[in-house]
Design a protein around this ligand. Sequence first.
Ligand code: SAH
Length: 248
Amino acid sequence: MLERIRIVLIGTSHPGNIGATARAMHNMGLSDLALVAPRCAPLTAETVSRASGADHIVHSARRVERLEQAVGDATLVVGASARSRTLPWPMITPRALGERLPEELASPEARVALVLGREDSGLTNSELQRCHAHVHIPANPDFSSLNLAAAVQVLAYECRQAWLGQQETAAQVEAPPSQPLASHEELEHYFAHLERTLVAIGFHDPATPRQLMARLRRFTLRARPERMELNILRGILTATEQQVEHHE
Ligand code: SAH
């Protein structure tokens, strides 16, 4: 289970935080690290020093330019946020996230990505809106922003506790096989298709968006659609597009 949980760091500026993240991950048995557009050289002497023997995690980390490339195959994407944003999104605690993991990762194809933001500015609204849910560490409300690697430590700890709990109950009955959920990439293709169609039928005007796409995203992501369900919705969009062309 732990090998299918990925830590994704976006735009990190301090190599020491990358090293400390690797250490926090290895301490808790996580190994999959992705670095999205780091704003520093990820592997410096400081990285190695702060990793304290876990720098192999940084060596094997995937380095990509865009969030999509780091979470494309993930069936659950959770963004870690130090503060609440304008459009409320499903918000969970690290404990609740851990409790969800055994079921989320029951199918061998399932992948969970935990996305953390920049030291200075966190995650952007557009990055947060690409997540199924947000996780907030309920810290002191007057001083709620943790150091990046410390936030990774808290989340990784809850992942490990959930995994340990699952080991204890391993003898229990197997969960029924579930249908494969849509991946992040499949969802993004669907949202792009939906937006094109809504523009074509005159329902959506990108010049006055009024958060329409954000609200539709939140609604769809809350439903956790299966791949098959998304295929049905895309079929409806294709048929709608064909009708529009037919009447033009
Ligand atoms: N100053 C930034 C926070 C940067 S901390 C801001 O105001 O948004 C760097 C990252 O650590 C954040 O983007 C978030 O992913 C994570 N983080 C820090 N504190 C957190 C908290 N209390 N709950 C969840 N994630 C947190």
